[in-house]
Design a protein around this ligand. Structure first.
Ligand code: DP6
Length: 400
């Protein structure tokens, strides 16, 4: 008997132009277009194995070893149903194709980063789910077509179907058929962009993206200005910056858009706060670091951006990363040695320091643990189909 099984991995993405607001909450259609950088799967990824079998009684899913309920009409159920619909089209065109669309599926997914790190895993998770089912079903679909389905799992997931620099075009059709991800430029176009994720400790339970953005849509007048006047111009400008590999323009727009996203959160009634004192201190450090460069006749050397939580993501050309890590470590001493995947520092490890001319008084150093982890990564590729040796489901169709 044949085994129908496939495994795929998908990357995390971090937006430079933020998605915040839905015009259709069921189909997950956004109120503005957005743009992100896909991060390297060598450091952060979700891996998913999907299997179809006539003996399976119902669709089941395990996430990091724990079975999740697939709620009827929920986001997971929608993605699985839509993927089966595409499979059915394949079967209708070719009668020799096994009727996999009529079998239940078992899906097992794992992240290689701890959920406790506070990194959004829904984007890489839904992208890996869709990529593994597309491989299982041998769908002739393009990444943009698959992004239409990942979008219905979590909006930002649609952008994880591509590597490099990715736009989610908001579209205008009420059925969502033109609200999809497109590749602005592949990783190879501008491989020099690196990212430092500063994992900020945070014990309070924040407002989820889904409920937070809905409240912003309902109450923020500033969001209306952002949607109509600000984002369309920024989408065009940042795409030009990426195509020209113009880091100065890329950084300026990225920081402006992070700031405006957090401004519309503050403009929400009641207000939503995602950044904390640590987040704001990192803004002050990057601002001073850039000021020194510009004062010396240079360009912006780093850009910060924050999602719906206090973690900072700092984008910079690779050549600046050593200075940036040393600066962050000076103000945020680390309990553990910096994991140095690009070997910026020798055996002695990182010593905190700032560049010449830096006004050290822009911030006060914090205690160990305020930034609990630093992850150095870079722009990466899109979903990968993996070999059978990487499968997460055992011969019995249950998690290994
Ligand atoms: C701040 O994609 O998590 O990270 O569509 O409701 O699942 P849902 O929301 P989600 O929102 C992400 C918001 C953001 C900005 C971004 O990634 O563009």
């Amino acid at each position: 008997m044949s085994i129908y099984q496939a495994t795929a991995s998908a990357p995390v993405n971090i937006a430079c132009i933020k998605y915040w607001g839905k015009r259709d909450t069921k189909l997950i259609l956004p109120t503005n277009s957005s743009l992100s950088v896909t991060l390297d799967q060598d450091h952060l990824r979700s891996t998913t194995t999907s299997r179809a079998d006539p003996s399976f009684e119902k669709d089941r899913l395990w996430l990091n070893g724990i079975e999740e309920e697939i709620k009827e009409g929920g986001r997971l159920a929608t993605c699985i149903r839509e993927m089966k619909r595409l499979r059915r089209e394949v079967e209708e065109k070719d009668a020799k194709e096994p009727k996999l669309s009529s079998y239940a599926v078992h899906i097992c997914s794992r992240n290689n980063f701890p959920t406790a790190a506070g990194l959004a895993s829904s984007a890489s998770g839904f992208a890996a789910l869709v990529a593994s089912l597309a491989a299982l079903y041998k769908l002739p679909a393009t990444p943009s077509q698959l992004s239409l389905i990942a979008r219905q799992g979590s909006g930002s997931a649609c952008r994880s179907l591509f590597g490099g620099y990715v736009a989610w075009e908001m579209g205008s059709s009420p059925d969502g058929s033109d609200s999809l991800a497109i590749e602005v430029a592949p990783q190879s176009h501008w491989p020099d962009i690196h990212a430092l994720i500063c994992v900020v400790s945070d014990d309070k339970k924040g407002t989820s993206s889904t409920s937070g953005m809905q409240r912003t849509v309902e109450t923020s007048p500033l969001l209306q200005h952002r949607i109509k006047e600000v984002v369309p111009a920024r989408m065009a400008a940042i795409q030009r910056a990426i195509l020209a590999r113009d880091f100065d323009a890329f950084a300026r727009i990225t920081m402006q858009d992070s700031n405006q996203f957090h401004a519309v959160c503050l403009d929400t009634d009641p207000p939503i706060f995602y950044m904390n004192d640590v987040s704001r201190t990192i803004i002050a450090l990057i601002t001073e670091y850039n000021r020194v460069s510009v004062a010396n006749g240079g360009t912006l050397k780093a850009a910060y951006t924050y999602d719906a939580g206090p973690n900072a993501v700092i984008y910079a050309p690779k050549e600046n990363m050593k200075e940036i890590v040393a600066m962050i470590v000076k103000y945020f001493p680390q309990a553990d040695a910096f994991k140095d995947p690009f070997q910026l520092f020798g055996a002695a490890g990182v010593e905190g320091s700032v560049v010449e001319g830096f006004n050290a008084a822009v911030a006060k150093p914090f205690d160990v643990g305020a930034v609990k982890n630093l992850i150095h990564t870079r722009v990466g590729d899109g979903p990968r189909v993996l070999g059978a040796e990487e499968a997460l489901l055992g011969a019995n169709g249950l998690p290994k």
